[in-house]
Design a protein around this ligand. Structure first.
Ligand code: ADP
Length: 153
C-alpha cells in the first residue's frame, strides 16, 4: 500500500491543532506508520523547498517552518498521497474548500497548518528525507475489511 508524508507545521503546533489534524487522517481510514517531533533546519528545508528557491517568500517560509519543532507523520492507504492531498485542500487557506484541513483552520498561504507530499513519487523521496527505515512501522490494521472491499486489497 502507498505511504505519504505529512508535516504538522509550527502553525498547527502553536494553535494546538495536532490532535484535530491527526484525527482527520485517522477518521478517514489511513494507517499511521510513523510519527515523531523534530526541529527543522536550513539544511533539510533547502532541499525540501528547493522548488521554491526563486520565490520571494522562500526565506520567510523557511523561517516559519523553523519557528517551533514540527510533527512528521507517515500515513498509509490505497492512493494515500492523493487521498491526503484531497483532505488538506488548496495551498492558500482562504481558497481551500470548507471541510478540508486548510479550509477549516487556515486563512493564509504560508501559515497553512500542514505539508503533504504531492504524489506517490514525491512521498517516497520525502519519507526518506524525514524518517529512518526503522522509524516506519509495518503492522496490520484490523479494520482493513471495513475500510476496503476485498478486491481492492
Ligand atoms: P503545497 O504546500 O500546497 O504543496 P507549495 O509546494 O507550492 O504548496 O508551497 C510550499 C509551501 O510554501 C506552502 O505550503 C506554503 O507554506 C508556502 N507558500 C506557498 N505559496 C506561498 C505564497 N504565495 N506566499 C507565502 N507562502 C507560500
Amino acid at each position: 500500500m502507498e505511504k505519504t508524508l505529512i508535516i504538522l507545521k509550527p502553525s498547527a503546533v502553536q494553535r494546538n491543532l495536532i490532535g484535530e489534524v491527526t484525527s482527520r487522517f485517522e477518521r478517514k481510514g489511513l494507517r499511521l506508520a510513523g510519527t515523531k517531533m523534530m526541529q527543522l533546519n536550513d539544511a533539510i528545508l533547502d532541499i525540501h523547498y528547493a522548488h521554491l528557491k526563486e520565490k520571494p517568500f522562500f526565506d520567510k517560509v523557511k523561517q516559519s517552518m523553523k519557528a517551533t519543532p514540527v510533527i512528521v507523520q507517515c500515513w498509509e492507504g490505497i492512493d494515500a498521497a492523493r487521498v491526503v492531498r484531497n483532505l488538506i485542500g488548496k495551498t492558500n487557506g482562504r481558497e481551500a474548500q470548507t471541510g478540508t484541513i486548510r479550509g477549516d483552520f487556515a486563512v493564509s498561504s504560508q501559515e497553512n497548518i500542514v505539508h503533504a507530499s504531492d504524489s506517490a513519487q514525491s512521498a517516497a523521496i520525502e519519507l526518506k528525507r524525514f524518517f529512518r527505515d526503522d522509524e516506519i512501522f509495518e503492522y496490520k490494521l484490523l479494520a482493513l475489511p471495513n475500510l476496503y472491499a476485498s478486491d481492492e486489497l
